[in-house]
Design a protein around this ligand. Sequence first.
Ligand code: ZN
Length: 185
Amino acid sequence: MSHFFTLYLPFQAAKEFVLSILDILTYPNRVLLNPTRSIENIDGDLQEQIKNMAETMYEAPGVGLAATQVGFDGSLIVFDPEADKKNGIYRVLINPKIIDSHGEVLSEDEGCLSVPGYRSNVKRARNVLVEGLDRDGNPVSIEADGFLAILLQHEIDHLQGKLFIDRISSLKRNLYKRRVAKQMK
Ligand code: ZN
């Protein structure tokens, strides 16, 4: 479904050395509005999808990527809040859910790979408790605050078909929508 190109590294024919950069869907693509389904099978295909999403996130570059953004309908996110350090240590959450949240924080100049060329302040919960599965299917829970809390809320929103522009004032949102409509003419 999603179109991608594959980059083969020379002299390394093994499958694990194949990098696939996926296309990132952008607003107003309606696929971004679809909620994802819960993932039941954590198999080889899913591991491939995880790796491709991580590669795509780093290539973009971004600090997080949700399955929805690459047209995959399973509930899956990859993230690396320290992506700028380029150590390649990313985390995976399968079927993540926000179990608890409290406080409020202003996420300044939030942006999104699916909403290119636009940033805005967004009100977010200051602390979140997120539960899900890691890439091997083991249950994990993450208590986060600050940047990680914002990142997780942003990515989990994607899995429910929600973009950060759905969380700003309708006035600002309409200005942005008009700008995009103009660009598409
Ligand atoms: Zn995003």
